[in-house]
Every structure is written in C-alpha cells, then in structure tokens.
Design a protein around this ligand. Structure first.
Ligand code: PLP
Length: 402
C-alpha cells in the first residue's frame, strides 16, 4: 500500500470503522496532558488546584454547548460516555414521572437504549417500538396516536450506527412537546459529524460520546434542557450541579472540549469531503454484481456506508479484509451461536440474501483518498474470490457494528 497521512498510518491498515471509535486527536491529547500531570486537582477542592480545574471544566462545557447549539452551558452534564447518558435519560424520565408507564423508542435504537427499556418492560412498563420502513422512515400518524398522557419518554436516535440512517428527530420532538412528553435523542453517531442546533428545537435530552469524534473513550455528555424534569442516575457528591455524582474526569472533559472545538471548526469541509469519498467508494463497490447499499437515497450520515454482497457471509469476509489491511465491521450479531442479521437490518427489511453479507465502512475526517483507492482495488477481488470458493478463509472472527 502507498503511504497516507492518518493517525492510524503506523498500523499500515486502512481504518474504516470510525463509527466504532476514533483515536484521540493529537491536539486533544496535548490539551489533556497538563490535567494528568500538573493540574491534577479535584474540582471540589477550595484551593488553587481545584480552582484551576474548575475553570478548565467550565471552558470545556462551553465548547460542547457550542458544538450542539445549546442555549446555556449548564445544560451539559458530563458522563462516562454514550451508554451512561442514555441510561440517565431513560431512568430519569421514569423516576421523575412515576404516574407515567409508557416508553416509546424506535426499532433502530442502539443496545444502550434498547437494554434499559427491555428492563423497564420486565418491570411492568409498556415499551412501544416504532417500526421503520426500508428507508428508515417512520409512520408519524401511528406515532402521534401513541402520544398519550401515559408516556414518560420518547427516545429516538438521531443517526443509526450501522447504516447511518437519519431519523426525523426534530419533528418527533415537536410532536412530543405538543403533548407535554419528554423527548430524548441518542445522538452519539451524529454529534461531531453533522451540524446540530438544540436552541430552537423541542429536544429535551441528547446523548453524545467523545470517542466517536476524536476525544478519548470514557467521556461523554447528556444535554438536559433547562427546566426539564430530571432525576440523577448516580447519587453521592454534588458534582455537575448535583446531577451526576463522582469526581470529574477532568482530562477526559478537557479532551472532549477540545474535540468539540475541532469538530465545530471543520464540520462543513469535513462532512463534504467524507461524503465525496464515501460516495466514490459506494459507486465503485456497487459495480460488484449483486451488491446493495443499505439506505441508498435515504437521509444518511455523510461518513457511513453499509454495503451488502449477496452470497458472501460478512463474518467470513471481514477477516479477509483485515488480512488485506482493511478494518471494517458488520451488521451481524452473535445470538446463541448463530450469526443472525442485526435488529437494525431486520427492522429495515433487508432481504435475507443480502442481510448476511453486510459490511459497514465508516469514514472519518482522517480518511484519505489513497485509503479509499486501496479499498476499491481490494474488496471486489476478495468478494469475487469468496464467491468462486477460491479464497481460503481461516480464523473467522465476529466483528460487530457498535
Ligand atoms: N449509542 C450509539 C448510537 C452508539 O453507536 C454507541 C457506541 O457505539 C453508544 C450509544 C454507546 O456509547 P459509548 O461507547 O460512549 O458508551
């Protein structure tokens, strides 16, 4: 492979799994370092070490506020990541409204939303899962009919992690607000990739995660609109205005702030570049016979492409791609020893012959033209060899779509 300039250059591998995670940007690491070494104070301490840190946390909060267009910086609650932000939103909605016993989610939600809702179902809640059409579209009339005074929360993801489908969250939030119902969106895959402005929206809560946009793992945030009903998930200390106990992860918070600043500064050009590269990749791979882009033509993230190759099992294709220096992931989920298409592919009605062979390529602002050239050169060959039975497959290992 020819050389290319990306953070994973040293690995000699084309990393097209940015929806799973990204590295911390060098500027992010640089911003974090003092808070691991010299400015190590606890923000709750009354002395200078604490004060320094408090200032840095405030500055980071304002950068996250700016990235998502929130009206006030105190609407940002730092968490350990997307999973905690989702869990907090769901648990808060039911605890703050004990008289309401229905939750509405969509069929495309991430396990970080599905699993807490499954638990609530076991606890007696009525959990309604809105179906989607093959374009990821929702029946908004059916949704409207579910919006009764029983509903504690509507949670709909902004962008799907496996396919990049964008859901009509702004409209759904307005509909929920008209009925006085709280609205949460898991925007973990959207924040840092597309512009978001919450100020003029009816969204009450939003989850985001740093490691999806070049901040480190283990840091994220929940946006909570001022005045929205809320109960903390973690209780103890008075951190985050009493809304999330636990000594602040200052290096992570500072890193998240820096990553937010970088994303906000480069949105438009990065988005356009990624989309151009993604579209080129899709055009080339669609030349492979019997291939399909999931959600082609639907509103999608600019960086994500889920491509299916009929007659090729993704759990066998991915290790071959790995050997050829391409890191991607699949839309399969291991369940009881069999590889079943994920709930997302099933919800989208992807035909069986394609659903087993889905590969998700997810680009980032660090993805280069040369990397895409490599993928375009290699993937059609490997698929053809696998279909012809001439590609030896060894050590097949499952890689899921996070
Ligand atoms: N929600 C979505 C849509 C995701 O893609 C992910 C991560 O893959 C999460 C939530 C969980 O985020 P975290 O890894 O920060 O807990």
């Amino acid at each position: 492979m020819t050389s290319h300039a990306s953070p994973w250059e040293m690995s000699e591998c084309v990393y097209l799994d940015a929806n799973a995670t990204t590295p911390a940007a060098p500027e992010v690491v640089e911003a974090m370092l003092p808070f691991l070494l010299t400015q190590f104070g606890n923000a709750s301490s009354g002395h200078r070490f604490g004060r320094d840190v408090l200032q840095a946390i405030k500055a980071a909060r304002q950068k996250v506020q700016a990235l998502i267009g929130a009206e006030h910086d105190d609407e940002i609650i730092f968490t350990s990541g997307g999973t905690e932000a989702d869990a907090t939103a769901i648990s808060s909605a039911v605890k703050a409204q004990p008289d309401r016993d229905r939750i509405i989610i969509t069929a495309l939600e991430h396990p970080a939303v599905r699993a807490p809702c499954e638990q609530l179902r076991k606890d007696g809640y009525d959990v309604q899962i809105l179906p989607v059409d093959p374009q990821g579209g929702l029946d908004l009339d059916a949704f409207q009919n579910l919006l009764t005074p029983r509903v504690a929360l509507v949670s709909a993801m902004w962008a799907n992690n496996e396919t990049g489908h964008l859901l009509p969250v702004a409209r759904m939030a307005e509909m929920a607000r008209e009925r006085g119902i709280l609205f949460h969106t898991d925007a973990v895959q959207a924040v840092g990739k597309i512009p978001i402005s919450l100020k003029d929206s009816a969204i009450d809560m939003l989850s985001l995660s740093g490691h999806k946009f070049f901040a480190p793992k283990g840091i994220g945030a929940l946006y909570l609109r001022r005045g929205a009903r809320f109960r903390p998930l973690l209780r103890g200390g008075r951190q985050e205005n009493g809304r999330r106990a636990g000594t602040e992860n200052t290096p992570g918070i500072v890193g998240l702030g820096k990553a937010a600043e970088l994303a906000a500064a480069h949105f438009t050009e990065d988005g356009a570049r990624m989309e151009r590269l993604r579209d080129r990749l899709e055009r080339a791979l669609l030349a492979v016979p019997d291939s399909l882009v999931i959600g082609a033509g639907a509103p999608r993230l600019p960086n994500t492409s889920a491509i299916a190759f009929a007659g090729v099992a993704s759990e066998l294709l991915l290790p071959c791609l790995d050997q050829a220096g391409i890191a991607a992931s699949s839309g399969s989920a291991c369940s009881s020893g069999t590889l079943e298409p994920s709930h997302v592919l099933r919800a989208l009605g992807v035909p069986q012959k394609f659903a087993r062979g889905v590969v998700r390529f997810s680009l980032s602002r660090a993805t280069t033209e040369t990397e895409i050239d490599h993928v375009i050169a290699v993937v059609p060959q490997i698929v053809a060899q696998m279909r012809a039975g001439t590609k030896p497959v060894s050590g097949a290992k499952h890689v899921s779509g996070h």
